[in-house]
Design a protein around this ligand. Structure first.
Ligand SMILES: [Fe+2]
Length: 293
């Protein structure tokens, strides 16, 4: 068994896994402990792991599986996402520049990834950190009056900030990255969204992908979303990961939202290898991007 220590990153979520040795597979006891920590904390950070894409897929899949994947299953998951990079240098990478507001990947889909991971392959300082906030902790700590107002409401999620109210874009408008897809994709969920795997209730709205709350005027919807965002992204509850090569960050893509400040094509290298799972049936091609203002 690989012994490791769990160090909390914030009061509400996140853990660094210290002293974890990875030799290609983990035993049942290690799997169980990692999974319990993942479900409890939502984001796990490992440092100094020398792993390839298959190992990254294996460790990611481990967090959402009752039984550890076989190495051939991990290789298959990795193979389907070969070339999936978040990078300002790799040709054809996702999100090559610009700022990303908080979101869950594919929040606009009825089948968003359950787990997401990024691995530092080539990062040069000063690197733009990835920011994290917990929708599970946000629901748990949401003031009762706000809970009562949103408990029975539904929200529409879209692929990007293009159609949002100007106020939402605020003073970062010129930095936002807008994905361009062949079709407009959206989905509707409850604001108080039950997590399909761990059962916790999530405050399931995001600055970067929630367009509106249904049944309210445009102003009412934006004002209510603003109140929810103030709570969800309050600085004392956020956490940011400062990247180094060989860092692996695995997170629950539904319970935890992510964001980043603006990245420049001309800036220092920021190449992160990405794995998401399960791979949805819905359209997942990498869009092209433009900046909007
Ligand atoms: Fe993302």
């Amino acid at each position: 068994m690989s012994g490791f220590k769990v160090r909390k990153l914030t009061e509400g979520f996140g853990a660094e896994i210290e002293g974890f040795q990875f030799n290609g597979e983990v035993d049942n006891a290690t799997h169980r402990r990692l999974r319990e920590t993942f479900d409890d904390r939502g984001v796990l950070v490992f440092r100094g792991l020398e792993i390839d894409r298959t190992a990254q897929a294996y460790l990611s899949e481990l967090m959402i599986s009752d039984t550890a994947p076989t190495l051939s299953e991990a290789a298959e998951l990795a193979g389907k996402q070969d070339g999936f990079w978040i990078s300002n240098k790799e040709p054809g990478a996702a999100a090559p520049f610009g700022r990303l507001l908080y979101h869950c990947d594919m929040m606009w889909s009825p089948e968003p990834f359950y787990v997401n991971s990024l691995y530092g392959v080539d990062v040069e300082p000063p690197v733009v950190p990835t920011l994290f906030a917990s929708a599970a902790h946000a629901w748990d700590t949401l003031p009762e009056s706000l809970r009562a107002r949103v408990e029975n409401l539904n929200a529409v999620h879209v692929t990007g900030p293009e159609g949002f109210d100007d106020r939402r874009r605020g003073d970062v408008a010129g930095e936002l990255l807008n994905p361009i897809r062949q079709t407009v994709l959206s989905t509707t969920t409850r604001v108080a969204h039950p997590h399909p795997r761990i059962g916790r209730t999530l405050l399931y709205v995001s600055q970067g992908m929630t367009k509106e709350i249904i049944g309210l005027s445009k102003d009412q919807s934006e004002n209510l979303l603003d109140e929810l965002f103030q709570h969800l992204y309050r600085p004392e509850s956020a956490w940011q990961h400062e990247w180094h090569n060989c860092d692996l960050v695995i997170w629950d893509n539904l319970a935890i939202q992510h964001a980043r400040a603006a990245v420049s094509i001309d800036g220092p290298a920021r190449t992160l290898r990405k794995i998401g799972s399960p791979i949805p049936v819905a359209n997942t091609h990498v869009p092209t991007y433009q900046q909007i203002s």
